[in-house]
Each structure stands twice: as C-alpha cells, then as structure tokens.
Design a protein around this ligand. Structure first.
Ligand SMILES: [Zn+2]
Length: 256
C-alpha cells in the first residue's frame, strides 16, 4: 500500500507535509513549520502524529516541534550536525544513515550549503524525496552557512536520484524562481513549459509542488549550470561547473 501524502501551506509560504501509512495508522510530519496548521490537518483526518522528521534548524521548519511533541508525544528525528540548534530531537541521523518509517526505508542524504547540517529524506521504495531548502522547483536554497561548492555537491546528490523520484520541498517559491530562471535560460522549452504550468496552478490556487527530479533536471537552471547557453549568458564559458553554479546563485541573490 502506498503512503498517503498531504501537502498544505504553513506560515507565509512554507509547505507542511504529512505522511500516513493506512495499514499501521502511523503518521509523520516532515518538518514542523507551524503547529496549528499541522494539528488542523491531522484532526481533519483523525490522525495522530507519531513522528516528526526534521531537515534543518531554521525556525520556519522547527517552530512547531515543542507543541506537537507535547500534544502527541511524537518522536523527533533530525540531523546530528544540528542537534545543538534544534530543541527536542530524540533520534539523531547523519548523511548515509538509513532508518524506517512504517516499515519503509528512509535514506538520509547530506545536503549542506543552506545550513551546514541540512539533510534530505529519500524514500527509495516510494520514489519520494523531501529536499526542504536545498532544491526548490526551478530554484535552490540560499547558501547561508556552507560554501557554494558544498551546495553544488548537495544539488548533484539530489540530481543523481532516479528521474521519476517525486520531489517535495520546503517552500512555494516556484513563480519567483521562474522569473530568475527565465532570465538566465530563456530559450529552454522545458523551462518555458514548466513556468507556464506553475503560473496556471498558482492562478487556480493550487501548489506547484511536488515536482520530479527529471522535471527539475530539464528546467531548473541550478541543475543545468554546465549548459553552454547558461555559461555564455553568465560570461563564464571555460569555468569549472561549480563556479558557474556559484555565479548563478550570486546572480539570483541580487536578482530583482
Ligand atoms: Zn531554511
């Protein structure tokens, strides 16, 4: 039986995610941006919260942990590298670890850059990855704590997942990401189609996520840093690909 996945908005533009296994009745939240929104979704379905799986220490991913833990006694899993910055972790994981949720394996992929200890959670049997603030649709996270090289490696690790892996991320940023993406890769038909579809979805009041690894490899400029047209546009023709990525990320930081 497949996992039921519920995606909903929290705070301003964060995604809340619930995973539910009907056979065992177990439910997990990926991150805890906002306790009230998560409780509302749980109660609407008559679910209890058994686990919280935390990707990184930022407040818009952890603010709900204490209240949800107090109410449901949920077991909280998160990155060992950020244990000093996240209150309430019960189980520490590090890149390369494997654990189980409701009998399904979950692989911990290290994705440093946005924060130093951020992890993505990959569910190989379900073909799902929760990339939080590392990879967004048509964009990537700001490099706040790590180096550009680290972030580039993190994105490469995500891009190496099977093409049909379904991608969930931490924020609904696709439309603003599309504006930047089109400025650096304007002739990419996959990007033009992806951006048009995102616009249509938002106008219909729907989320633009999930995406897939294949769709992002085709349309997301941060995964296409070695494409000749992107190199040419940034004026970094012969540079190593990690430098092209860094130039892209810096251009996005100052893009208005
Ligand atoms: Zn963050």
């Amino acid at each position: 039986m497949t996992l039921e996945i519920v995606q909903f908005m929290c705070l301003e533009d964060n995604f809340g995610i619930l995973l539910h296994d009907a056979a065992s009745g177990r439910t997990a939240a990926v991150d805890a941006p906002e306790a009230a929104a998560i409780e509302r979704e749980l109660e609407a379905r008559g679910w209890r919260l058994d686990e919280i799986l935390v990707t990184h220490h930022h407040g818009d991913h952890t603010a709900g942990i204490a209240a949800l833990k107090a109410k449901y006694g949920a077991v909280v899993t998160g990155p060992a590298a950020e244990a000093d910055k996240i209150e309430g972790l019960d189980r520490l994981v590090k890149p390369g670890d494997r654990f189980e949720f409701a009998g399904r394996p979950v692989e911990v992929i290290g994705t440093p850059g946005h924060t130093l200890g951020q992890v993505a959670l990959y569910w190989p049997t379900e073909k799902l990855v929760f990339a939080a603030d590392a990879l967004f649709s048509l964009g990537c996270g700001r490099v706040i704590e790590g180096t550009m090289d680290q972030m580039w490696s993190s994105l490469q690790a995500l891009a190496a997942l099977p093409d049909d892996t379904v991608l969930y991320c931490g924020h609904e940023y696709t439309l603003s990401n599309a504006r930047f993406a089109l400025s650096v890769d304007p002739d990419n038909p996959a990007l033009l189609a992806h951006a048009a579809e995102a616009k249509r979805l938002r106008e219909a009041g729907k989320p633009t996520l999930p995406s897939t690894i294949a769709a992002e490899k085709a349309a997301n400029p941060f995964l296409r840093a070695d494409h000749p047209s992107i190199r040419a546009r940034l004026g970094v023709d012969g540079a190593p690909v990690a430098e092209v990525f860094a130039a892209l990320r810096r251009a996005k930081d100052s893009f208005r």
